[in-house]
Design a binder for this molecule. Structure first.
Ligand SMILES: [Fe+2]
Length: 234
């Protein structure tokens, strides 16, 4: 993805979160000069890659296949320095904008519709030990109550509703057309996006970046590219 597109899409995301009254931490508004000022105190943010995250999952049309997220908090598995066992993200999911189907080997996550339109989650039965999908119905909890689904069934979350996704739940999601974008929350176990996403159809989690202009808001995955202080942990 071109840097100019990343800049534009992140600004749209920032405006959406503001319009939805979901307030982000101060560093969500930092540009390079402010990052340089705080860099010696921002080690946790750099190490855990808190902040903006934008992906087209390797595609060329972000609005068709893509996701904009902000990681609010996280820990690191087995780390004494970062012992939080939990993580939280906020996401902007657009109408018909698909996050391709995937499951997580370790992470258990609640996906919550925190406002806006309707979030459609298509579910499949995964076998995380063999990295495949399997036949047959499977259990899931929606709004704290059990349900049984068949592969390909959809759960549609209105604002306030949530679903608990476990490693057996391969999931694909998008916002239902006609109802606007969704402010989607994720409350989960500690998260490592570099190692804990199994995309069934083989798409990558992060896109290569083409630097056609200067960066504006900086995606967390790019801190090390622009800030020497963010590099020691790589
Ligand atoms: Fe997920």
């Amino acid at each position: 993805m071109k840097r100019s597109e990343i800049n534009a899409r992140l600004l749209e995301g920032a405006k959406f979160f503001e319009a939805m009254h979901f307030l982000l931490p101060p560093f969500a508004a930092y540009r390079l000069p402010q990052w340089r000022e705080v860099a010696d105190r921002a080690q946790e943010i750099f190490d855990l890659q808190l902040g903006w995250d934008l992906t087209a999952f390797g595609g060329d049309d972000f609005y068709k296949q893509g996701l904009l997220l902000f990681t609010l908090r996280n820990g690191r598995v087995g780390s004494a320095q970062y012992p939080k066992p939990y993580a939280e993200k906020i996401m902007m999911v657009r109408e018909n904008q698909i996050t391709p189907r995937h499951f997580h080997w370790h992470k258990r996550e609640d996906i919550i519709n925190r406002g806006g339109g309707k979030l459609v989650i298509e579910l499949y039965h995964a076998d995380p030990e063999h990295n495949t999908l399997v036949e047959g119905s499977f259990p899931i909890h929606v709004n704290g109550m059990p349900r049984t689904l068949d592969p390909g069934d959809k759960v549609i979350l209105a604002p306030g509703e949530s679903v608990c996704l476990e490693p057996i739940h391969a999931h694909l999601f998008y916002a239902e057309p006609g109802f606007g974008p969704v402010l989607a929350g994720e409350v989960s176990a500690v998260n490592d996006d570099n190692t804990d996403n199994c995309f069934i159809d083989g798409v990558p989690r992060f896109d290569p970046v083409e630097e056609d202009v200067e960066p504006d808001l900086i995606p967390a995955a790019d801190y090390a590219r622009f800030l020497p202080e963010a590099r020691h942990d790589a």
